[in-house]
Design a binder for this molecule. Sequence first.
Ligand SMILES: [Zn+2]
Ligand SMILES: [Zn+2]
Length: 429
Amino acid sequence: MSSEIEVVEDVQPLKQLDGVLANGNGYYGGGNNGVVGGFVDDESLRNDVYTVAAYGDLEKLQRLVEYEGRSLSEPDGLGYYALQWAALNNRTAAAQYIIEHGGDIHAADHNGQTALHWSAVRGAIQVADILLQEGARVHAADIYGYQVTHVATQYGQTAFLYHIVSKWNADPDIPDYSGRSPLHWAAYKGFADCIRLLLFLDADRGRQDKEGCTPLHWAAIKGNLEACTVLVQAGKKEDLMITDNSGLTPAQLASEKNHRQVAFFLGNARRLLEKRCDGNSRLGRLSKLSLAPVLLFIILVMLVTYTQSVITASNLPKLTAGFGLLAWMDVFLASAGLVMFYRCSSKDPGYIKMNALDPQNMKDSEPLLKIEINNPILLAGNWSQLCATCKIVRPLRAKHCSTCDRCVEQFDHHCPWVSNCIGKKFQQC
Ligand SMILES: [Zn+2]
Ligand SMILES: [Zn+2]
């Protein structure tokens, strides 16, 4: 399909070069890394600054530069710089040394990518920190308009993305020259954690690229069910209706591409959201109406009827003292039950305070993430604990209730009978 993002072509240079180090030119990588575990059987290759930088062999690098006079500012035969190789493999000491000995942090290869772009491929946070401390431009774009945030999402480096946005103010929602934001890329590649983080950072779900595709279109084209689920859960009915330049919705694109499960999910989600939003239809009103007020009303009517027509009825024989006491005790117990029932349905089940609605945080000019920069849940990589709606990092076992539209601690379920969530505060009763 012509509108498909040409991932292979776009990011090929990096992949190709990984391959060179892993398999080509006499290297036979033993590890997954492509560099680690390899050995060199070609004497001339062992001694070039690019290979040495990629392996992070500082001693050899010093010898090559200081005794043999090799340059660190020249590109290799394919146009890539030693600093890029060090950045790709997170070689901090080598990167620092290269910068101090003539390596240019702004140097770009024929794709316009700098060492910072390369550091995002494998999520080399430490090297990225060094590059940025030394003055690398965080918003540098390559010939396709990819910034470091695009590359991080293309390779699913969520922790790297989080770090670069929260510490260095990289833009998580910038479109490339085709109009695709990092969220488009995360959806296309199916990196659900990246999507969660980007949505948390207020990335635009409805952004359309030059072909009119939203991130949901791309997730549907590739049949990424988890990506679709995350996007739909955080989204609105309108997201499912947007059409691309050829007039197709995400659900139609999914069925055109034969991703039946995704097409079914998107069709179903649309029906559900339509039902929920359409408050005017009889069905919509019914689904919106909670059962607790109805139950309360019925019990109250029955209680009044019982009191008036049985206990105090003038046309019935008078109750004896014993039966009278029993009857009034019934009324008392039923009333107590009603009070309990009311308390159950109006009680706070353990809602977690929303950052999005907190006026104190809204006034704060600092990005939301700064508050959470050292959150142990995020440091441990539990990205599913991010709530894009409430803008919070929720504790473990907490979930977002779609009916209440709030996150609830120790969420069990939303009970339609009491019209309330069953959560932490109910368990404490
Ligand atoms: Zn929530
Ligand atoms: Zn609920």
